[in-house]
Design a protein around this ligand. Structure first.
Ligand code: M6R
Length: 596
């Protein structure tokens, strides 16, 4: 949550900072601000709402002079989204931007800052005053930062300006993501590589509790005790065009339609020289020697995880439990004797999942992360990583990352033990073609959204087994971007209570892709229809009935989540579009959830 950026070099900083923030807006968008230094002068400009407001206020940054600065796009945790609470925050000497949460801010206020005057409701302001206090007490800025690291509990990525030092920017991180971009005669700070990729593809990774002293020509990384660390840069395999919308009106639509390409890319990346889909033998060795897999994830990644459980149990025969990260961390189930943990996370930065990773690593268990972001925290800290190769996912509502997660989980399961002899190379190629044919039909989803969803207050997705798991994801898509209250429900469970909510014209969308549950779900459809529901059915061709609204070409029965989810993504997209919602940046949300 929240995105931070920094620049020091020869160019006018403000337009560069605003461009970087635009790439980070997925991390939060309730207010934004920049601070730019021109010699001794520091100009701070802030605006409530989307970044566009700050851009308008500063003539896209052109009205602010200076070649060093920091910027922030906010997802409020402490205090309302007002200009006063927007970052940067400052004390007399320090100006800083922050991503994360300071957990012991009250204790710090009591211990050190009794005389400080606070102007905002944020936890961040505490850091600005703390650095002021430590330097007022005679510490150098570097020592004050070390002191701050030793005192502050919580998560933070910080970019800091010391007004007394015009040639330097400071950065520091703990638990929140932060990268340093390295260029020729300039350097940058960013919450992720996308914020800097227009200027450089060379990056320094930072570990927790490290701080960095940055000039336009140098990047010096230190431990929290002030010991200098030698570290090489890495080159990010990211293209500027990956982060652009192109001719699409929204990132979400682009990302939905990238799904066939993503599946093909996964097939390519996981194929060996003989065209066989393979997984690193070390990963397979660890998994084969565990007695149970625990999948840990949140949101859409959790939904991919429950589909993955089916693969791991039905294809490879390994008992698997899927847990919501934020629940698991404070309420751990009784573990098996030799568990292995799989973390699924598009961003690789989700704080809830990371809290579990830290805990189970302390307990000595093996860990594997499935993530879309190479070098992300969950990837670096787990024993193993499997990449999703979905390319940057910018829309807050996850689409292509979900299908990538499901596809990689299938490849993993079949590599552990392919007890159903599925030819995944063939079957996944077929899936990518079927998704393509679904994408060809999008006018139809637009009409169905208008007919069924646009004016509805609520909606139900129903299905059984693996279809039910897709219903959970389909419901999340619809609710998060169109704000229609939607539940994914096990079709057979409806009659045990929830059917009471069905009224005349309540939309119920049924997903049918499994032969063994087809007739049962169709009975459940009749039950809701006879109580007035307006039913739409998404079915696979071999199980379809004449009046089904959406019929999808057949794929292998175990892989149907990869295709049945796609019309649901479109329905959510069009319902949100027709309701005039902000599709890529839905209210109250952020793409990368880096607070617990
Ligand atoms: O980056 P992660 O996959 O760990 O993120 C997990 C969830 O926050 C994420 O899937 C969220 O539910 C999306 N908004 C769903 O579209």
């Amino acid at each position: 949550m929240c995105g931070i950026v920094g620049y020091i070099g020869p160019k006018q900083a403000a337009p560069i900072l605003l461009d970087g923030l635009e790439k980070l807006e997925y991390r939060g968008y309730d207010s934004a601000g920049i601070a730019v230094c021109d010699g001794d002068d520091v100009t701070i400009s802030k605006a409530v709402g989307k970044l566009a407001n700050l851009k308008a206020k500063t003539d896209n940054g052109n009205s602010i002079t200076g070649t060093k600065g920091i910027g922030h796009t906010r997802w409020a945790t402490h205090g309302k989204p007002t200009e006063n609470n927007a970052h940067p925050h400052c004390s007399e000497r320090f100006v800083l931007v922050h991503n994360g949460i300071i957990e012991n801010e009250e204790a710090l206020r009591r211990k050190y800052l009794k005389n400080a005057e606070f102007y905002s409701d944020t936890d961040t302001e505490v850091i600005a005053h703390l650095l002021q206090k430590f330097t007022d007490d005679g510490e150098s800025t570097a020592v004050a930062i070390q002191h701050m690291i030793s005192e502050v509990e919580g998560s933070y990525a910080l970019a800091i300006i010391d007004k007394n030092d015009p040639d330097v920017l400071y950065a520091v991180k703990n638990k929140s993501p932060l990268l340093i971009g390295s260029g020729d005669g300039f350097n940058m700070i960013g919450s992720d590589a996308m914020a800097m990729i227009a200027h450089t593809n060379n990056f320094y990774e930072l570990n927790d509790k490290e701080y960095v002293v940055i000039t336009k020509d140098s990047v010096d990384i230190y431990t929290c005790y002030g010991k200098k660390i030698e570290r090489n840069t890495y080159v990010a395999e990211l293209d500027v065009s990956d982060t652009e919308k192109g001719t699409y009106p929204h990132y979400m639509l682009k990302e939905i339609e990238e799904q066939p390409t993503v599946i093909r890319k996964i097939l390519k990346e996981y194929s060996d020289d003989d065209g066989e889909l393979t997984i690193d033998p070390d990963i397979l060795k660890d998994i084969r020697s565990c007695d149970k897999i625990y999948i840990i994830a949140c949101g859409t990644s959790y939904h991919a995880g429950i589909v993955g459980k089916q693969f791991l149990e039905k294809i490879s025969g390994i008992p698997t439990e899927v847990c919501i990260a934020s629940e698991f961390v404070y309420n751990m189930p009784l573990l098996s004797k030799k568990p292995l943990f799989i973390f699924i996370s598009q961003s690789g930065e989700t704080a809830d999942s990371r809290a579990v990773l830290v805990k189970v690593k302390e307990m000595g268990y093996k860990t594997l992360t499935l993530t879309n972001v190479k070098g992300s925290t969950l990837s670096r800290e787990a024993d193993h990583t499997l990449l999703l190769y979905a390319g940057p996912e910018i829309a807050v509502a996850s689409t292509k990352a979900y299908t990538a997660q499901v596809a990689v989980l299938a490849i993993l399961a079949a590599n552990i033990k392919n007890s159903i002899n599925i030819n995944l190379n063939y079957e996944l190629s077929k899936v990518s073609n079927v998704i393509e044919s679904i994408c060809d039909d999008k006018d139809k989803y637009s009409m169905l959204a208008e007919d069924y969803l646009k004016d509805s207050r609520n909606c139900f997705y129903i299905g059984r087994g693996i279809d039910y798991y897709v219903c959970l994801e389909a419901a999340l898509k619809l609710k998060e971007i169109s704000y229609i209250q939607t539940e994914g429900f096990a079709a057979g469970e409806l009659k045990h209570g929830t059917i009471a909510l069905i009224e005349q014209n309540t939309p119920v969308i049924a997903i049918i892709s499994q032969e063994n549950t087809n007739l049962n779900t169709r009975s459940n459809i009749k039950e809701v229809k006879s109580r007035g529901a307006h039913v739409m059915t998404i079915s696979t061709k071999s199980l379809s009935a004449q009046k089904d609204q959406i019929i999808i070409n057949d794929v292998h029965e175990i892989l149907t989540p990869l295709v049945t989810v796609v019309p649901a993504q479109y329905l959510a997209y069009y319902a949100a579009l027709q309701k005039g919602c902000d599709i890529d940046k839905p209210r109250n949300l952020a793409k990368s959830v880096t607070v617990e």
